[in-house]
Design a protein around this ligand. Structure first.
Ligand code: NAD
Ligand code: UDP
Length: 347
């Protein structure tokens, strides 16, 4: 039973999930920056279950302690409130560097901070990796391809980013993070990995995240209008979070050092996606005898520099990692709708 948790559980604290017992040679100490966020918390879960020691650091800008509360008090787990823009001294074997706001709403709220996080945050994590000889994995993004002129996007594509537009703080922040990562590899021999992540969704996305999946699900659950920016013809390809976690760990454990796309090539227009979510939410509510109100789609002005098409070419991930997504978007969405439904009824 947990001994040290500050969280109050009605009916007593639950058991910790069972973690694997590793011998000291297999057990690594792993740092996850941005560990309290959506992807970070799922990655922490998996690394904990695998039996490693995990240190999560986060400034809670978009993440939440509640995403990791189920590990509080576990002897293999530590949580540190820390902003990666400032240096930190730790001793670790591996670093998964995720800390960075990922939703356009959040990364555009303070673009200078986003750029500082992209540069100084990555610089501090790479400096740490260099000092302690840890392997370093950067979670980069499909946004390094900008509004792509090549479709689907391969890792060899250099991208099409507007460096003075409203998305530049994130896109260029990640591009400079990649440049910094490979500079540390060349100059100082840091052992690096770079994942270019395409749109990923799942449980624990922040209710107010602002990205399309959580926005549409929350709107559909509340019976509000589904807000499509533009005419709904832009496309995205959606990956379920468990596939991403598989890919991140496979990449970290591989010998491959060039960037690798991680995403699900299933491509939808935003309008198709909106229709699918309304249908899934209605089906979920019906299961609980909850009639609710069916949402209708409303079209709002397009946002500036919105990439018009996005789909990963995942050939490299398949060849070098033996990785391919296992979850159809619709199955992941069912899980995510169930999560948000539960969240709504807890509030
Ligand atoms: P998220 O916003 O849920 O998580 C980011 C986490 O980083 C949050 O917990 C936040 O509090 C923390 N953070 C932000 N700035 C920080 C700072 N300066 N210091 C310490 N912590 C900080 O987003 P996510 O979807 O989980 O994204 C995780 C990573 O994956 C990000 O680097 C993002 O760029 C990358 N990524 C995600 C997607 C996706 O679709 N989810 C796609 C491409 C890339
Ligand atoms: N989008 C939308 N309505 C919303 C949120 C997003 O139409 O409420 C659109 C957005 O303009 C983009 C796509 O959905 O075309 C994906 O947006 P998101 O913010 O999820 O991530 P992006 O891939 O743009 O970083």
């Amino acid at each position: 039973r947990r001994s040290n948790s500050s969280v109050v559980y009605p009916g007593g604290p639950p058991e910790f999930p069972p973690v694997k017992k590793l011998n000291p040679l297999q057990k690594k100490r792993i740092l996850v920056s941005g560990g309290a966020g959506f992807v970070g918390s799922h990655l922490v879960d998996r690394l904990m279950l695998m039996g490693h020691d995990v240190i999560a650091i986060d400034n809670y800008f978009t993440g939440s302690k509640m995403n990791l509360a189920h590990w509080f008090g576990h002897p293999n787990f530590e949580m540190i409130r820390h902003d990666v823009v400032d240096p930190i001294m730790l001793e670790v074997d591996q670093i998964y560097h995720l800390a960075c706001p990922a939703s356009p709403v959040h990364y555009q709220a303070n673009p200078v901070k986003t750029l500082k996080t992209g540069f100084f945050g990555t610089y501090n994590m790479l400096g740490l990796a260099k000092r302690v000889k840890a392997r370093f994995l950067l979670t980069s993004t499909s946004e390094v391809y900008g509004d792509p002129e090549e479709h689907p996007q391969k890792e060899t594509y250099w991208g099409h980013v507007n460096c003075i537009g409203p998305r530049a703080c994130y896109d260029e922040g990640k591009r400079v993070a990649e440049a910094l990562t490979y500079s540390y590899a060349r100059q100082d021999g840091v052992d690096v990995r770079v994942a270019r992540i395409f749109n990923t969704f799942g449980p624990r996305m922040n209710w107010h995240d602002g990205r399309v999946v959580s926005n549409f699900i929350v709107q559909a659950l509340k019976g509000d209008d589904i807000t499509i920016y533009g005419d709904g013809s832009a496309t995205r390809s959606f990956q379920y979070v468990h596939d991403l976690v598989d890919g991140l760990i496979a990449l970290m454990e591989s010998d491959y050092t060039d960037p690798v796309n991680l995403g699900n090539p299933e491509e939808y227009t935003i309008k198709q996606f909106a229709d699918m979510i309304v249908e899934l939410v209605n089906e979920h509510r019906a299961r609980y005898g909850d009639a609710g109100k069916t949402s209708t789609v409303t079209y709002l002005p397009a946002v500036a520099d919105d990439p018009q098409r996005r789909k990963p070419d995942t050939t490299r991930a398949k060849e070098v990692l033996g990785w391919a997504p296992q979850w159809a978007a619709v199955d992941g969405l069912k899980e995510t709708v169930a999560y948000f439904y539960q969240m709504m009824h807890q509030h």
